[in-house]
Design a protein around this ligand. Structure first.
Ligand SMILES: C[S@@+](CC[C@H](N)C(=O)[O-])C[C@H]1O[C@@H](n2cnc3c(N)ncnc32)[C@H](O)[C@@H]1O
Length: 207
């Protein structure tokens, strides 16, 4: 994955070696606006559209692939999304180590890697052991939103893990930036839609 254009990632991209642990959102963003996190933002399509549309909300994108992290950070900067920040990190680790208890209004996870081979299923992010992390970081009334194209991941892991947690499943609401007929409007959704794949969406709230 190469680009000829220079990517400028400051001031959007954070260095995990230099930020406070746990994070202090007020210091980071300079305000007390609600915080939403997207795990695995890829090229940052959803995050950029949301950050532009909702300047009264702060967004954090977590991405462990360096090139995507840099691309999304540059894209957010070009769109002057100063209400957004990004980190290059593994999401479970980052949420556990850096995100304060009851501080997140919405956790977005769109098209998480499905790890289709049976011997790799244990690497799936959304499974029982991840749910205590989600429950801890969401504020009361906070929301988890997930969309995947992978039926097996959805039926074997995502739905049972959420049903077995303290969260309550609610209707999935498409974000305003989703296009006609889209669940969320990410790069992967657009690619998979062209391939005619089905989608599985779930939303749940912390009471
Ligand atoms: C299939 S892509 C989807 C990207 C984007 N959400 C979309 O829909 O276009 C999954 C992305 O999540 C990232 N990712 C997967 N597992 C992750 C983890 N545990 N922590 C951080 N990023 C992760 C991958 O690097 C990849 O960019």
């Amino acid at each position: 994955m190469q680009t000829k254009r220079e990517l400028i990632i400051e001031p959007i991209a954070l260095d995990v070696e230099k930020i406070s642990r746990p994070l202090d959102w007020r210091t980071l963003f300079g305000n007390d606006h609600p915080i939403e996190i997207e795990i695995g933002m890829g090229k940052g399509t959803f995050l950029t559209e949301q950050a532009k549309a909702r300047p009264q909300t702060n967004f954090l994108g977590i991405e462990w692939a360096r090139w995507f992290w840099r691309y999304a950070s540059d894209r957010l900067r070009r769109n002057q999304c100063l209400n957004a920040r990004t980190v290059r990190a593994e999401a479970s680790f980052f949420l556990t180590e850096f995100v304060p208890t009851e501080s997140i209004a919405v956790l977005h996870v769109y098209f998480p890697d499905p790890w289709p081979k049976a011997r790799h299923h244990k690497r799936r992010l959304l499974q029982d052991k991840f749910m205590p992390v989600v429950q801890r970081i969401l504020i009361p009334g906070g929301r988890l939103q997930v969309v995947t194209d992978h039926q097996g991941y959805f039926e074997e892991n995502i739905e049972p893990a959420v049903r077995g947690s303290a969260l309550t499943i609610v209707d999935y609401n498409r974000p305003g930036s989703a296009g006609e007929g889209e669940f969320v409007g990410t790069n992967f959704e657009r690619k998979y839609r062209r391939e005619g794949r089905p989608f599985y969406a779930l939303a749940a709230v912390k009471q």
